[in-house]
Design a protein around this ligand. Structure first.
Ligand SMILES: NC(=O)c1ccc[n+]([C@@H]2O[C@H](COP(=O)([O-])OP(=O)(O)OC[C@H]3O[C@@H](n4cnc5c(N)ncnc54)[C@H](O)[C@@H]3O)[C@@H](O)[C@H]2O)c1
Length: 321
């Protein structure tokens, strides 16, 4: 079985590649290292039999000739993730999400249409609705909620908007180019080793390791539902490999693990055996108060998360240490 992972040098793509290789798949990774790293872990992955790296920028259509033919599975993960980037380089966030995704669909529908293709969207595609509906917003959140850009003047929405456009592009291309084997997943707060430094858990790990005496926490009362990357990889494979998910959107994450950010920090302090003074600060504008996915669809495919938050945080903290 041969699979292509765009953005496979990044966080989730790397763990997925590692897992699929251990199951005997042939894996091609297409990445331009905008964010993914050529670190020791990635070097070790490339040494495994059956892994090939293809240096490719998804925004450049002429580079798609570097890809092979007949991939059974195409995981389109290339994106510019990380909240800081949404503010700093919103033009590139949109370009990779919009132009990159359209290029992937052009290539897939003309050169690889016998395979199945997946788009990794995000809870950010609907979190604008939360800002509008407040307490009336349904949590855990099912797949069918409307997708909303709350405020186009806030560059933060470059990412959410790019994911909305990506989802629409998948359904539109499938209809117009007449292919049926595609699916959209929406990841919800996946965490684990090698996830970069742009997210809350690695940032907390770094600050704990720096031994910050007064620990400022922004939006400590907000909740998120964290899912360890190995569980997310299992879920991703389940969605890709089921024919029941063709033409479907599936939420990936945990519905049993919603936690306040302040509690998350306290869990990490216990893991690290470090107990600083906490100072609560106001959250950034446009960030969702609560987030927790409804994963009924995923459970029906047989998904059972295995890693508890404490265990996942231990593994993650050890890696960052
Ligand atoms: N990690 C999460 O919790 C989460 C949540 C929601 C959605 N997602 C989505 O899942 C996917 C994987 O997320 P991740 O956390 O692994 O992100 P990541 O940033 O670690 O990986 C994305 C990869 O895409 C590559 N990339 C960026 N621009 C590219 C380009 N122009 N051409 C080729 N490659 C390019 C980067 O170099 C990087 O290796 C992304 O689409 C992301 O938006 C992730």
């Amino acid at each position: 079985m041969k699979a292509l992972i765009t953005g496979g040098a990044g966080f989730v793509g790397f763990h997925l590649a590692k897992h699929l290789i251990s199951k005997g798949y042939e894996i091609h990774i297409a990445d331009n290292f905008q964010r993914g790293r050529k670190d020791k872990d990635f070097g070790n992955l490339l040494k495994q039999k059956g892994v090939k790296l293809i240096q490719l920028d998804v925004t450049q259509e002429n580079q798609f000739s570097r890809l092979d033919k007949n991939y059974e599975h195409v995981y389109h993960f290339a994106a510019i993730n990380g909240t800081g980037n949404f503010y700093r380089i919103p033009d590139q966030v949109l370009k990779v999400g919009a132009v990159g995704t359209i290029n992937v669909l052009e290539w897939f529908s003309s050169k690889n249409r016998n395979g199945k293709i997946m788009f990794s969207s995000s809870s950010e595609a609907y979190s604008g609705l939360l800002g509008i509906l407040g307490n009336k917003f349904k949590i855990p959140t099912p797949e069918e909620v409307p997708l909303v850009v709350e405020n186009p003047k806030n560059a933060r929405w470059s990412y959410g908007a790019s994911k909305i456009l990506g989802e629409v592009a998948f359904f539109s291309y499938a209809k117009a180019r007449n292919f049926k084997r595609f699916c959209v997943i929406r990841y919800h707060n996946i965490y684990g080793p090698r996830m970069g430094y742009e997210h809350v858990i690695p940032q907390f790990c770094e600050r704990i390791l720096r031994k910050e005496k007064t620990f400022r926490i922004f939006g400590g009362e907000q909740t998120r539902s964290f899912c360890y990357v190995d569980d997310a990889v299992d879920a991703t494979k389940l969605v890709m490999e089921s024919e029941k998910t063709n033409g479907e959107i599936v939420h990936i994450g945990r519905d049993d693990a919603e936690i306040k950010i302040i509690k998350l920090a306290e869990e990490l302090f216990d893991v690290a055996n470090f107990h600083p003074k906490i100072k609560l600060e106001k959250e950034a504008e446009g960030t969702a108060q609560r987030r927790c996915p409804d994963i009924t669809k995923l459970r029906k495919l047989g998904f059972k998360p295995k890693i508890s938050l404490r265990e996942g945080l231990k593994k993650t903290f050890e890696w960052y240490k």
